[in-house]
Design a protein around this ligand. Structure first.
Ligand code: UDP
Length: 245
C-alpha cells in the first residue's frame, strides 16, 4: 500500500487541473488512475494491475476519502480527493473553451447517446472525434481506432480494472492525449444515475448511499473497504516495528 500511497498526487485539485491543462497544451501523453481503496486492493492482488500502479508514467490521484485517510497513516498528506467525475467535468469544460478534441468510450448505448446530445447542446466547441458504448465485442479494436484519432482527451468508462488494463496495454499507440478510466462517470454526467442526496456528499458518505441500494456492490465493498482497512493496519504496524529496530 505504501508504495502506491507515495505515488499519489499531493497538491490541490486546482493545481492538478492546471497541470493537466498544461499537458494538453504541450501535447504530452498522460495516463491517470483515479484510485479508491478498491483499486489499491486490486493492485495488491493482481500482478498486472500492480505494475500499472507502480509504473513511473502513470499518475495516480486519490478518488476516495479512504485513500486520503489511508495515506495519512503512513504520514503522507493528501489535501483533498480528486474524483473521476470531477476530472471528466473539468476536462470537458476546458476542451469546450479551447476547441479541443475528445473521444468517449464506455457505458451503455443509451448513456453514450445522452452524452452525445449533451455535448451538442452544452459543449458545441468540443470536436468529438468519436463516442462508442462500452458493450461492443471488440474493445481492443476501439482502442486502436481511438489512438488513430489523436484526440486531446480520451475518457474510458468501462469500469475497474478493465479500463486501466486496456489503456495500459495500448498506451504506446498514443502519441498524445489525456487518458483516464472514469468508471461510472458518464452515467453521472448524463444524469442516468442520480448522485446521492447532498447531505451524503457533504458527509463523504455518497459511497454508503450507493452501496446500500445496490446488492451487487456489497462484495466489492467488503473487498475494497473491510479488507483494505485490515491490510492498511497490518502494514502500518509492520512499518512501526521496522522503525523501532
Ligand atoms: N461498463 C461498460 N462495459 C462493460 C462493463 C461496464 O461500458 O462491459 C460501464 C458501465 O455501464 C458503467 C461503468 O462501466 O457505466 C462502470 O461503472 P461503475 O460505477 O461500476 O464504475 P467503477 O466503480 O468501476 O468506477
Amino acid at each position: 500500500m505504501k508504495i502506491y500511497m507515495e505515488k499519489i498526487y499531493r497538491k490541490s485539485k486546482k493545481e492538478y487541473f492546471e497541470h493537466l491543462k498544461k499537458r494538453i497544451e504541450q501535447e504530452k501523453r498522460t495516463f491517470i488512475v483515479t484510485a479508491n481503496p478498491e483499486i489499491l486492493m486490486i493492485g495488491e492482488q493482481d500482478k498486472e494491475f500492480n505494475n500499472i500502479l507502480k509504473e513511473q508514467d502513470v499518475e495516480i490521484v486519490a478518488d476516495g476519502i479512504g485513500v486520503v485517510k489511508g495515506a495519512k497513516l503512513f504520514g503522507i498528506e493528501i489535501p483533498e480527493r480528486i474524483t473521476g467525475v470531477e476530472l471528466s467535468q473539468e476536462l470537458i469544460k476546458y476542451c469546450n473553451e479551447n476547441n479541443k478534441s475528445m473521444y468517449l468510450f464506455g457505458a451503455k448505448p443509451e448513456v453514450i447517446e445522452k452524452m452525445k446530445d449533451k455535448f451538442k447542446q452544452e459543449y458545441p466547441n468540443i470536436r468529438l472525434l468519436g463516442a462508442e458504448n462500452g458493450y461492443v465485442k471488440d474493445k481492443q479494436k476501439v482502442m486502436e481506432e481511438i489512438a488513430k484519432t489523436n484526440a486531446d482527451v480520451i475518457l474510458i468508462a468501462l469500469g475497474v480494472p478493465l479500463q486501466e488494463k486496456l489503456i495500459y496495454k495500448n498506451l504506446e499507440k498514443f502519441n498524445k492525449g489525456i487518458l483516464i478510466g472514469v468508471g461510472g462517470s458518464f452515467d453521472v454526467i448524463s444524469n442516468s444515475v442520480k448522485r446521492a442526496p447532498k447531505i451524503f456528499i457533504k458527509l463523504n458518505l455518497e459511497w454508503l448511499y450507493r452501496i446500500a441500494f445496490s446488492p451487487a456492490r456489497w462484495k466489492r465493498f467488503y473487498e475494497g473497504n473491510i479488507k483494505y482497512i485490515f491490510k492498511l493496519k497490518k502494514e502500518v504496524k509492520k512499518e512501526k516495528e521496522k522503525g523501532r529496530k
